[in-house]
Design a protein around this ligand. Structure first.
Ligand code: ATP
Length: 217
Protein backbone atom coordinates (compact mmCIF):
# COMPACT_ATOMS: atom_id res chain seq x y z
CA UNK A 1 0.00 0.00 0.00
CA UNK A 2 1.22 3.48 -0.67
CA UNK A 3 1.58 6.43 1.72
CA UNK A 4 -1.85 7.85 0.92
CA UNK A 5 -3.42 4.91 2.66
CA UNK A 6 -1.58 5.20 5.96
CA UNK A 7 -4.61 6.95 7.46
CA UNK A 8 -6.95 4.08 6.64
CA UNK A 9 -7.61 1.94 9.74
CA UNK A 10 -6.09 -1.52 9.57
CA UNK A 11 -9.45 -3.28 9.77
CA UNK A 12 -10.59 -1.30 6.71
CA UNK A 13 -7.31 -1.96 4.88
CA UNK A 14 -7.78 -5.68 5.39
CA UNK A 15 -11.14 -5.55 3.60
CA UNK A 16 -9.71 -3.69 0.59
CA UNK A 17 -8.73 -6.78 -1.44
CA UNK A 18 -12.21 -8.22 -0.84
CA UNK A 19 -13.91 -5.09 -2.17
CA UNK A 20 -11.43 -4.89 -5.01
CA UNK A 21 -12.11 -8.42 -6.21
CA UNK A 22 -15.87 -7.94 -6.17
CA UNK A 23 -15.72 -4.59 -7.95
CA UNK A 24 -13.48 -6.01 -10.66
CA UNK A 25 -16.11 -8.68 -11.33
CA UNK A 26 -18.85 -6.05 -11.40
CA UNK A 27 -16.85 -3.93 -13.80
CA UNK A 28 -16.20 -6.94 -16.04
CA UNK A 29 -19.94 -7.57 -16.22
CA UNK A 30 -20.48 -3.97 -17.37
CA UNK A 31 -21.96 -2.48 -14.19
CA UNK A 32 -21.19 1.17 -13.56
CA UNK A 33 -22.63 1.67 -10.13
CA UNK A 34 -23.29 -0.36 -7.05
CA UNK A 35 -25.24 0.25 -3.86
CA UNK A 36 -23.84 -0.43 -0.40
CA UNK A 37 -26.66 -2.97 0.08
CA UNK A 38 -25.56 -4.92 -3.02
CA UNK A 39 -21.93 -4.78 -1.89
CA UNK A 40 -22.92 -5.86 1.58
CA UNK A 41 -24.78 -8.91 0.28
CA UNK A 42 -21.88 -9.90 -1.96
CA UNK A 43 -18.94 -9.47 0.40
CA UNK A 44 -20.84 -10.25 3.62
CA UNK A 45 -19.84 -7.07 5.40
CA UNK A 46 -22.67 -4.98 6.89
CA UNK A 47 -23.56 -1.90 4.88
CA UNK A 48 -22.81 0.58 7.70
CA UNK A 49 -19.23 -0.75 7.79
CA UNK A 50 -19.01 -0.50 4.01
CA UNK A 51 -20.18 3.12 4.04
CA UNK A 52 -17.65 3.96 6.76
CA UNK A 53 -14.85 2.13 4.93
CA UNK A 54 -15.65 3.86 1.66
CA UNK A 55 -15.72 7.28 3.28
CA UNK A 56 -11.99 6.77 3.99
CA UNK A 57 -11.47 6.29 0.26
CA UNK A 58 -13.18 9.61 -0.49
CA UNK A 59 -16.02 7.68 -2.10
CA UNK A 60 -19.34 9.11 -1.06
CA UNK A 61 -22.29 7.08 -2.22
CA UNK A 62 -25.26 9.05 -3.51
CA UNK A 63 -28.72 8.09 -2.31
CA UNK A 64 -30.55 6.23 -5.03
CA UNK A 65 -27.40 6.01 -7.14
CA UNK A 66 -24.83 4.16 -5.06
CA UNK A 67 -21.10 4.17 -5.73
CA UNK A 68 -19.33 4.75 -8.99
CA UNK A 69 -17.62 1.45 -9.84
CA UNK A 70 -14.91 3.07 -11.99
CA UNK A 71 -13.95 5.57 -9.31
CA UNK A 72 -13.61 2.83 -6.72
CA UNK A 73 -11.63 0.57 -9.02
CA UNK A 74 -9.14 3.31 -9.84
CA UNK A 75 -8.74 4.03 -6.15
CA UNK A 76 -8.23 0.39 -5.21
CA UNK A 77 -5.80 -0.25 -8.02
CA UNK A 78 -3.68 2.70 -6.92
CA UNK A 79 -3.95 1.91 -3.25
CA UNK A 80 -3.15 -1.75 -3.48
CA UNK A 81 -0.25 -1.11 -5.86
CA UNK A 82 -1.73 -3.73 -8.12
CA UNK A 83 0.40 -2.58 -11.01
CA UNK A 84 3.45 -3.76 -9.17
CA UNK A 85 3.79 -7.51 -9.11
CA UNK A 86 4.73 -8.74 -5.63
CA UNK A 87 7.20 -11.57 -5.80
CA UNK A 88 6.33 -14.45 -3.53
CA UNK A 89 8.24 -17.56 -2.46
CA UNK A 90 6.76 -20.64 -0.82
CA UNK A 91 8.71 -22.58 1.76
CA UNK A 92 7.67 -26.16 2.48
CA UNK A 93 6.16 -28.13 -0.40
CA UNK A 94 4.07 -30.60 1.64
CA UNK A 95 0.33 -31.14 1.18
CA UNK A 96 -0.67 -27.53 1.86
CA UNK A 97 2.33 -26.03 0.05
CA UNK A 98 1.63 -28.18 -3.02
CA UNK A 99 -1.99 -26.98 -3.07
CA UNK A 100 -0.78 -23.36 -3.09
CA UNK A 101 1.58 -24.06 -5.97
CA UNK A 102 -1.41 -25.36 -7.92
CA UNK A 103 -3.58 -22.40 -7.00
CA UNK A 104 -3.58 -19.59 -9.52
CA UNK A 105 -3.18 -16.45 -7.36
CA UNK A 106 -2.99 -14.32 -10.50
CA UNK A 107 -6.70 -14.93 -11.07
CA UNK A 108 -7.63 -12.62 -8.23
CA UNK A 109 -4.44 -10.81 -7.33
CA UNK A 110 -1.45 -9.42 -9.08
CA UNK A 111 0.59 -11.97 -7.19
CA UNK A 112 2.50 -14.99 -8.28
CA UNK A 113 4.60 -17.61 -6.51
CA UNK A 114 7.97 -17.36 -8.20
CA UNK A 115 9.82 -20.18 -6.51
CA UNK A 116 9.56 -22.81 -3.78
CA UNK A 117 11.96 -24.36 -1.27
CA UNK A 118 12.10 -27.64 0.61
CA UNK A 119 14.63 -29.73 2.54
CA UNK A 120 13.41 -32.97 1.01
CA UNK A 121 15.94 -33.95 -1.66
CA UNK A 122 13.21 -35.94 -3.45
CA UNK A 123 11.29 -32.71 -4.04
CA UNK A 124 14.26 -30.44 -4.83
CA UNK A 125 14.76 -29.85 -8.56
CA UNK A 126 11.14 -30.72 -9.44
CA UNK A 127 8.58 -28.25 -10.77
CA UNK A 128 4.93 -27.92 -9.83
CA UNK A 129 2.80 -25.84 -12.23
CA UNK A 130 5.98 -24.35 -13.63
CA UNK A 131 7.29 -23.36 -10.17
CA UNK A 132 10.71 -24.77 -9.38
CA UNK A 133 11.52 -26.27 -5.98
CA UNK A 134 14.97 -25.31 -4.69
CA UNK A 135 17.10 -26.68 -1.88
CA UNK A 136 16.91 -24.81 1.44
CA UNK A 137 20.67 -24.32 1.19
CA UNK A 138 19.98 -21.77 -1.53
CA UNK A 139 17.26 -19.86 0.38
CA UNK A 140 18.91 -16.52 1.23
CA UNK A 141 20.80 -16.27 -2.03
CA UNK A 142 17.79 -16.91 -4.27
CA UNK A 143 15.39 -14.73 -2.27
CA UNK A 144 17.82 -11.82 -2.57
CA UNK A 145 18.64 -12.46 -6.20
CA UNK A 146 14.99 -12.43 -7.29
CA UNK A 147 14.00 -9.66 -4.87
CA UNK A 148 11.32 -11.77 -3.23
CA UNK A 149 9.31 -9.64 -0.77
CA UNK A 150 6.76 -12.13 0.54
CA UNK A 151 7.27 -15.63 1.93
CA UNK A 152 4.56 -18.22 2.51
CA UNK A 153 5.49 -20.64 5.29
CA UNK A 154 4.01 -24.12 4.96
CA UNK A 155 6.68 -26.04 6.88
CA UNK A 156 6.24 -27.97 10.15
CA UNK A 157 5.86 -25.60 13.12
CA UNK A 158 9.17 -26.77 14.58
CA UNK A 159 11.07 -25.39 11.56
CA UNK A 160 9.24 -22.06 11.31
CA UNK A 161 11.37 -19.83 13.58
CA UNK A 162 14.73 -21.04 12.25
CA UNK A 163 13.56 -20.33 8.70
CA UNK A 164 12.21 -16.93 9.76
CA UNK A 165 15.61 -16.05 11.22
CA UNK A 166 17.15 -16.82 7.85
CA UNK A 167 14.51 -14.80 5.98
CA UNK A 168 15.40 -11.76 8.12
CA UNK A 169 18.63 -11.46 6.16
CA UNK A 170 16.79 -10.98 2.83
CA UNK A 171 14.41 -8.37 1.32
CA UNK A 172 11.32 -10.18 2.55
CA UNK A 173 8.87 -7.72 4.17
CA UNK A 174 5.94 -10.03 4.79
CA UNK A 175 5.41 -13.59 5.93
CA UNK A 176 2.15 -15.48 5.50
CA UNK A 177 2.53 -18.02 8.27
CA UNK A 178 0.42 -21.17 7.93
CA UNK A 179 2.20 -22.96 10.77
CA UNK A 180 0.84 -22.86 14.33
CA UNK A 181 4.14 -21.33 15.52
CA UNK A 182 4.15 -17.72 16.75
CA UNK A 183 7.08 -16.02 15.06
CA UNK A 184 9.55 -13.50 16.41
CA UNK A 185 10.34 -10.95 13.73
CA UNK A 186 11.95 -7.50 13.59
CA UNK A 187 9.60 -4.50 13.05
CA UNK A 188 10.59 -4.41 9.37
CA UNK A 189 8.75 -7.69 8.76
CA UNK A 190 5.00 -8.11 8.99
CA UNK A 191 3.53 -11.51 9.78
CA UNK A 192 -0.01 -12.58 8.94
CA UNK A 193 -0.86 -15.76 10.71
CA UNK A 194 -3.39 -18.25 9.35
CA UNK A 195 -3.85 -21.34 11.47
CA UNK A 196 -6.34 -23.47 9.57
CA UNK A 197 -6.87 -25.90 12.45
CA UNK A 198 -7.71 -23.06 14.85
CA UNK A 199 -10.05 -21.45 12.31
CA UNK A 200 -11.89 -24.72 11.81
CA UNK A 201 -12.17 -25.33 15.54
CA UNK A 202 -13.37 -21.78 16.07
CA UNK A 203 -16.06 -22.15 13.38
CA UNK A 204 -17.31 -25.39 14.94
CA UNK A 205 -17.37 -23.76 18.38
CA UNK A 206 -19.45 -20.88 17.05
CA UNK A 207 -21.85 -23.21 15.26
CA UNK A 208 -22.41 -25.11 18.50
CA UNK A 209 -22.65 -22.16 20.84
CA UNK A 210 -24.16 -19.39 18.72
CA UNK A 211 -26.19 -21.29 16.10
CA UNK A 212 -28.47 -18.36 15.24
CA UNK A 213 -25.99 -15.52 15.44
CA UNK A 214 -25.48 -13.96 12.03
CA UNK A 215 -22.88 -11.36 13.04
CA UNK A 216 -19.47 -11.96 11.54
CA UNK A 217 -16.82 -13.67 13.71
P1 ATP B 1 4.01 -34.33 3.25
O1 ATP B 1 2.86 -35.29 3.24
O2 ATP B 1 4.54 -34.04 1.87
O3 ATP B 1 5.10 -34.64 4.22
P2 ATP B 1 2.87 -32.42 5.07
O4 ATP B 1 2.29 -31.09 4.78
O5 ATP B 1 2.05 -33.41 5.78
O6 ATP B 1 3.37 -32.96 3.67
P3 ATP B 1 4.92 -31.41 6.88
O7 ATP B 1 5.64 -32.29 7.82
O8 ATP B 1 3.97 -30.40 7.39
O9 ATP B 1 4.26 -32.37 5.80
O10 ATP B 1 6.01 -30.66 5.99
C1 ATP B 1 5.67 -29.79 4.98
C2 ATP B 1 6.81 -29.68 4.01
O11 ATP B 1 7.88 -28.94 4.63
C3 ATP B 1 7.40 -31.00 3.58
O12 ATP B 1 7.54 -31.01 2.17
C4 ATP B 1 8.78 -31.05 4.25
O13 ATP B 1 9.72 -31.73 3.47
C5 ATP B 1 9.10 -29.57 4.36
N1 ATP B 1 10.06 -29.24 5.41
C6 ATP B 1 10.22 -29.84 6.62
N2 ATP B 1 11.18 -29.22 7.33
C7 ATP B 1 11.63 -28.20 6.55
C8 ATP B 1 12.64 -27.20 6.69
N3 ATP B 1 13.37 -27.11 7.80
N4 ATP B 1 12.83 -26.34 5.67
C9 ATP B 1 12.09 -26.43 4.55
N5 ATP B 1 11.15 -27.35 4.33
C10 ATP B 1 10.91 -28.22 5.33
Amino acid sequence: MNEETTKIPQATAKRLPLYYRFLKNLHASGKQRVSSAELSEAVKVDSATIRRDFSYFGALGKKGYGYNVNYLLTFFRKTLDQDELSKVALIGVGNLGTAFLHYNFLKNNNTKIEMAFDVDKEKVGKEICGIRIYDMDELEERLKQEDITVAILTVPASAAQTITDRIKKTNVKGILNFTPARLNVPPSIRVHHIDLAVELQSLIYFLKNYPNDDTEN
